[in-house]
Design a protein around this ligand. Structure first.
Ligand code: UDP
Ligand code: MG
Length: 313
């Protein structure tokens, strides 16, 4: 009898994760019976996103012992989104799972996730239902972001969704077909569609090391998300402009009529200054919105590569 093994690609973006590389390996392969039972071969792809610590060395050590471990190393830090894209491109698996190196995405969920794939789902996604261990200010802004995002975008972006996701080949091929430079993967997952099963779990804190996302990095990321998946801010700018024109028109009529009836006593100087400040503020704000879209378009038309590989094993 010929046993037809399926290949599972595990993709792990790593940026300065030297302490977590081998812990992740141990944790993933702890439950070998699951892989055997389901006749799954595994390739574990660590994508080193330009780490300046010993991440690459740690991965190489693992590879010496176990050839299932693969390494992709970038020429510099290109960001997690680029690492995800590279991992997907280089993966050969029939099934692909994306996981963080810090073990916030528990490998113990894999059997359950795979069960749903067997049932016919194309994608099994996870979301955390708590934000335990996170700074409250970060949770607060995250919640506002998701609420806003779902108002202004047709693409569903789930609050608390993690990037931890098990997908079939065709989902990953669909994601790869979206070769945009400004990548907001949370939105891309929603955009490609396919039947998705959501699993929920309580937030797990990072095993070792520090988070690689500062508040400002997350803020920039949220702007990325908005410009990539909604053009509503542009409409708001246009509507605001129209509203101000209307108000100005009414005021002109009122002023002319009043002058004709009551003459022209000089008054209203402070209020005039306030109005000029307000209107020029709104103009700059709208210009800024347009600028955001323009800058994203600018980066997009350059068609620069999303990542550059320094070493591949
Ligand atoms: N990461 C990356 N490139 C970056 C930042 C982060 O590849 O520029 C990786 C990081 O090594 C980790 C994952 O993305 O495996 C999630 O990062 P982190 O745990 O710091 O984010 P958080 O869980 O705090 O949102
Ligand atoms: Mg983390």
């Amino acid at each position: 009898m010929v046993v037809c093994m399926k290949l599972l690609s595990v993709i792990v973006p790593c940026y300065n994760e030297e302490e977590n590389v081998s812990d992740f390996y141990d944790e993933l392969f702890k439950n070998t019976s699951f892989f055997q039972e389901k006749e799954l071969e595994v390739e574990l792809i660590y994508v080193d996103d330009g780490s300046c610590d010993n991440t690459v060395l740690e991965v190489k050590k693992l590879r010496e012992r176990d050839k299932r471990v693969r390494l992709l190393s970038f020429s510099r830090n290109f960001g997690k989104e680029a690492a995800i894209y590279a991992g997907f491109q280089k993966s050969k698996g029939d099934y692909i799972v994306l996981m963080d190196a810090d073990l916030q995405d528990p490998p113990s969920l894999l059997p359950e996730m795979y069960g749903y794939i067997e049932q016919g789902y194309d994608s099994v996604a996870t979301r955390r239902v708590t934000r335990k261990g996170e700074p409250p200010i970060r949770s607060f802004f995250a919640r506002i972001f998701y609420r806003l995002m779902n108002r202004i975008s047709k693409t569903e972006i789930v609050d608390g969704a993690r990037d931890y996701r098990l997908m079939t080949r065709r989902v990953v091929d669909a994601i790869l077909a979206m070769s945009e430079y400004n990548r907001f993967t949370k939105g891309i997952f929603g955009w490609v569609g396919y039947e998705t099963k959501w699993l929920e779990y309580e937030n797990i804190e990072r095993r070792k090391g520090e988070t690689k996302f500062s508040f400002w990095k997350l803020f920039a990321y949220s702007i990325e998300g908005i410009t990539a998946f909604s053009t509503v801010p542009l409409t708001i700018a246009a509507v605001m402009g129209a509203a101000f024109c209307l108000v100005a028109f009414v005021l002109i009529v009122v002023t002319v009529v009043r002058t004709l009836i009551f003459g022209d006593p000089t008054s209203g100087w402070p209020s005039l200054v306030c109005i000029i400040l307000l209107v020029s503020g709104v103009q700059l704000f709208c210009l800024g919105i347009v600028g955001q879209y323009l800058s994203k378009t600018y980066m997009e038309v350059k068609k620069r590569p999303i990542y550059l590989i320094k070493e591949e094993l």
